[in-house]
Design a protein around this ligand. Sequence first.
Ligand code: NBP
Length: 479
Amino acid sequence: MSKAASIGVTGLAVMGRNLARNLARTGHTVALHNRSPERVRDLVDQFGHEGEFVPTETAKEFVAALERPRKIVIMVKAGAATDAVIEEFAPLLDNGDVIVDAGNAHFADTRRREADLRERGLHFVGTGVSGGEEGALHGPSIMPGGSAESYASLGPLLESISAHVGGEPCCTHIGADGAGHFVKMVHNGIEYADMQLIAEAFDLLRGALGYSPAQIAEVFRGWNSGRLDSYLIEITAEVLAHTDAATGAPFVDIVADQAEQKGTGRWTVQIGLDLGVPISGIAEAVFARSLSGHADLRAAAGDLAGPKASLLSGAEAERFAADVEQALYASKVVAYAQGFNQIQAGGAEYGWDLDLGAIASIWRGGCIIRAKFLDDIRSAYAAEPTLPTLLTSGTFRSAVEDGQDAWRSVVSTATRLGIPAPGFSTSLSYYDALRAKRLPAALVQGQRDFFGAHTYRRTDRPGSFHTEWAAEGRPEHPA
Ligand code: NBP
C-alpha cells in the first residue's frame, strides 16, 4: 500500500507533469492522474526516481490515494475540459476538500466555479501559474485565489514549490474566488506590453542606427546590467544573438513577422474596457500583434508612401541608444502603472482586498516579467498602499521626469523616420494626458450636448447642464 499522497495532479501534459515533478522533488508525495493513462505511465517511467509518486488510472483510485482534506490540482486545457474534470471529481470528494485549477482560466469562469463548488461544500482555488514549463518545474510564480481557509492548508505546499527571491516565496494568497486568475490575466497583459516595448526598441535601433541584431544584442546585454535588468531583456539578447543554423542569417530575420497570441492579453483589454480603466499601453501591444498577423492588409498597403528617411548621424546618432533606454524605461513604467490600476479596479469591483505590493513581490521570481524593477513597485506600494498611479511615486516620478526629453525625442524620431512605435507613443500620450491641466474632453462633452442633449457639468458650479443649441448656441453668420 503506497503512502497517502499530500496532493494530486490531474492533467499531465507539459505543465501538469512539470508541476507534479516539482512537488515530488520538493518532498511531497504526489498522486498522478490523466484522462489518457499513458501520460501517468510515461511520467513514472521517466521521472519516477525524482520523488514519491502514486500513479493512478481512475478518478476513484486517484481520490482514494489522497490524504484529507484532499487537494487536487487540475492542469488541463482551460475551458470545457476544466468543467469536465471538475464534474468528474467533485462527486467523489468530501466537505472541506480543495480543488485547485492551475490552468489559465478566465477569472469569470473561476468565480462561477467557486460559487458552485462552495454550495457543494468544496473549496475551489483558481490559481495563476506563470513561468511556462521551466517555471512549473523549477519554481513558478503562483497566484492563488479562493478562500483564506483553503490557503491555510494549501498555501504552504504551493509556497514550497514556488520560485523564491531573497528567501521569500513567489506565492501569496491573492484574494477571494477569481482574484488569482484576474491577477494572472493582468500579469499576462503587462507581459504583452513589456514584450512589445522591447521589440520597438529593437526596431528603432535597427531602423535609425542601422545596427545588426548581434549589435543590438550587445546593447540589450548592457541594459540588462542596469535598471532594465529582467528576464525579458536577457532572453531578447539571446534571441537577437542567435544565428539560424540552416541559413547562417540572424535568427530574427528568418522568423515570420506575425506575432501570435493565446488570448490572455485580449482578455486583459476586454476587462480593461469593462472596468473603464485606460490600459492603452497594454491594448496597443495586443493590437500590434493583431496588426502583424493581417498579412493581406499589410500586403495591400505595403506600397503606401513613407517619409524620405535616412539613418541618424552625428550627435543624434550618438545619444540615440541611450535615449531609447530612457524611452523604454518610461514606457515600461506606464505599462505597469496601467496594469496595477486595472488590478486596483478589479479589487474594487469584485470586493477583493488586494495587496499590490505583495503582488509585485511574487512577480519578482519564476514568472516571465520577473525583473529588478518589481522591487521598486513593491517599495512604492509599501510606502503608499493606495497610491493612485505608480507614475507619481518617488523613484518612478524622478526617472520618468528625468527621461521625458529623451522619450519625446525617440517618439519624434520614430515618427520622422516612419518607424512604428505604438507602445512608446501611446505611453507618452498617456503621461501627457494625465499631467494635462485641461483635456479636450471638454469639447467632446460640448459635441455630445449639441447632437444628443447628453448634458455637461460646468467648471464654475455644480449640477448638470444642457444648452438649447437651436435657440442660443449658433453664432450669427455674417451676411
Ligand atoms: P494543454 O493545455 O495542452 O492540455 C492538455 C491536457 O488537458 C492533457 O492532460 C489532456 O488530457 C487534458 N484534457 C483535455 Br485537452 N481535455 C480534457 C477533458 N475533456 N477531460 C480531461 N482532460 C482533458 O496542456 P498544458 O500546455 O500543459 O497547459 C495546461 C494548463 O496550463 C492550460 O490551462 C494552460 O493554459 C496553462 N498554462 C500553460 C502554460 C504553458 O507555458 N504551456 C503556462 C501557464 C499556464 P489527455 O492527455 O488525455 O489528452
